[in-house]
Design a protein around this ligand. Structure first.
Ligand SMILES: *[C@@H]1O[C@H](CO)[C@@H](O)[C@H](O)[C@H]1NC(C)=O
Ligand SMILES: *[C@@H]1O[C@H](CO)[C@@H](O)[C@H](O)[C@H]1NC(C)=O
Length: 262
């Protein structure tokens, strides 16, 4: 019960920070490779038969995910988003190896396999635009694989001056800093960062006074900073299941969860 309450607190914090991002995001600075031809429901792909073997796993996952993964449910209006309450079986989800497995192909498919299109678009709820990334970080290293003390020191100093570029530009970094100032649990807390290619979010957290930070990232990162430890998803799952993960006072994620696994 205590854990559940902690969990809902974290969800609220994540939502709060996501809203912040949405409110302050004007430009997306990451360059993406654009493709012109639209994807339609009729798209066929040579990957269909490959991914059809995954459908059973997806179905099993959906089943144990329960109400949380039922996208047909209607929420009640919240401050920014509709609000939906769901019972979460954390243990069942963490026990499922499929949740953080890799697709196993040399390159991410250029087109959404039609067999998965409904799941990708929440049954057509999400409009499809084409943009292609091939970032197979799982099982590989992150963009900056070693986080040195001096790198963090420099980032924190830049953040203090309001001049840290981060991944999305100075104004995005400053918007996040502003949000973190108001988020409960950050100052003096143990904070989880979900998704991180370079430690700009971590630097903002250190600047504001987080006591310790755990970064969860698909790509492997070696942190030489004593307040930052890093984990890949399999380690996160394992430590959750053997009860050594511990609790967090806050969770921060910037532009990661919404495209994880796509
Ligand atoms: C998965 O579930 C969907 C919808 O519930 C169903 O149509 C489909 O046949 C299932 N596929 C497998 C492989 O179990
Ligand atoms: C999903 O939610 C809808 C709307 O509340 C409900 O009618 C449906 O039975 C749910 N599906 C499952 C599989 O629980």
């Amino acid at each position: 019960m205590g854990k559940l309450m902690e969990y809902s607190k974290f969800v609220l914090i994540i939502i709060f920070i996501s809203l912040f991002i949405i409110l302050f995001r004007h430009t997306r600075l990451r360059t993406i490779e654009k493709h012109v031809e639209p994807i339609t429901d009729q798209t066929t792909s040579k990957h269909d038969s490959y991914f059809s073997t995954y459908l059973e796993e997806i179905n099993k996952t959906r089943l144990l995910c329960g109400q949380l993964c039922n996208t047909s449910r209607k929420g009640t209006p919240g401050i920014f988003f509709d609000k939906i309450t769901a019972t979460i079986n954390c243990k069942a989800l963490f026990q499922n190896e499929y949740v953080d497995s890799f697709h196993g192909l040399a390159h991410a498919p250029r087109k959404i396999p039609s067999i998965l299109l409904n799941d990708y678009t929440m049954n057509g709820l999400i409009k499809v635009h084409t943009a292609y990334f091939n970032q197979p970080y799982l099982g590989s290293t992150a963009r900056i694989p070693i986080w040195t003390k001096s790198l963090l020191k420099e980032y924190v100093a830049q953040a203090k001056k309001g001049k840290l570029f981060g991944t999305y530009g100075i104004s995005e970094t400053n918007a996040l800093r502003d949000g973190l100032q108001h988020a409960p649990g950050v100052k003096g807390g143990r904070v989880l960062v979900i998704g991180s290619e370079k430690p700009w979010v971590e630097a903002c957290l250190l600047e504001i006074g987080a006591k310790s930070i755990v970064t969860l990232e698909y790509g492997r990162i070696k942190s030489e900073h004593e307040q930052i430890t890093t984990m890949v998803p399999s380690e996160y799952r394992r430590t959750y299941l053997d009860n050594t993960l511990g609790l967090f006072d806050a969770v921060v994620s910037f532009s990661s969860i919404e495209h994880s696994g796509l």
